[in-house]
Ligand binder design. Structure first.
Ligand SMILES: [Zn+2]
Length: 268
């Protein structure tokens, strides 16, 4: 089911960790960002696109994590863009013939055997210094940063006032730092939040990769919450954060484990 979040922008939410696919209607077809997770859900999305009377003509993956780079034949054969750094990272991962086996083996039990890995990660790199996606529709600004994953980028769909945030600004996940980064993951995450704050000044709606859609002042509140979490992590303090600990929503208690693991890895 597609939920309209702006004039020409719709969200399709997966049952798996509230993963959001975003569809933007263009002049002669639609842009699809982070298609979704299971085969049946992606096929459902493809049918929803058809029911809107359109087809997918371009796609974008916000970052090279398996749950953001999936695809199904029902979506058609179209360029699936990502930043050059993300596409390069993905290509490197796919050069290892064991990658797909490993991903398949480590899928959570509730989606085991249901994730289409055949077309995983076949990304088209955007030329360096690309500011907007090359497609015939509402202008979509690419905001690349170094948080969470190599080559991660948010998209600001300018005329729609929609920020597609990728794996940031979630109300179910705490910030997940790229602990394998060559740089300092804390500094990189804070810089990315500063960037998103500037970009979000032009947004009325923010769609996180996982979680619920934020509108208006709730966008700034999510940025502030994420920043406070990263500050606490940096300073070795216990974050006062509704996504973890005793205030974690029912069914999401395991997110506290992500926090504890990050705190341990950072040695704080
Ligand atoms: Zn994700």
């Amino acid at each position: 089911m597609l939920t309209q979040v702006a004039d020409a922008t719709h969200v399709h939410t997966s049952g798996f960790v509230l993963s959001n696919a975003v569809l933007v209607e263009g002049t002669a077809g639609a842009l699809l960002v982070d298609p979704g997770v299971t085969s049946s859900e992606i096929d459902c999305l493809a049918a929803d696109v058809g029911a809107l009377g359109t087809t997918v003509v371009a796609a974008f993956s916000t970052h090279p994590d398996w749950d953001h780079v999936l695809w199904r034949p029902a979506l058609g054969d179209v360029p699936r863009y990502a930043t050059a750094r993300a596409a390069d990272t993905m290509a490197g991962v796919l050069r290892d013939p064991q990658t797909l086996v490993r991903i398949a083996d480590h899928l959570p039990p509730e989606i085991h055997g249901q994730v289409p890995l055949e077309l995983l990660g076949l990304l088209t790199p955007l030329p360096d210094a690309t500011t907007h996606l090359p497609w015939d529709g509402p202008r979509a600004r690419v905001a690349e940063h170094r948080a969470h994953a190599s080559g991660h980028a948010a998209l600001l769909v300018e005329e729609q006032g929609v920020l597609v945030a990728g794996d940031m600004l979630s109300d179910v996940f705490v910030p997940m730092l790229d602990l394998d980064s060559d740089g300092d993951p804390v500094t990189e995450y804070l810089a990315a939040l500063d960037l998103l704050e500037r970009v979000a000044a032009d947004a009325d709606v923010a769609v996180p990769g996982h979680g619920t859609v934020a509108r208006g002042p709730a966008i700034g509140a999510r940025i502030a919450l994420d920043r406070a979490y990263v500050h606490a992590l940096r300073d070795g303090e216990d974050p006062d954060d509704p996504r973890i600990g005793s205030s974690a929503p029912q069914g999401w208690e395991w997110v506290t484990g992500i926090h504890e693991w990050q705190a341990e890895r950072l040695g704080r």
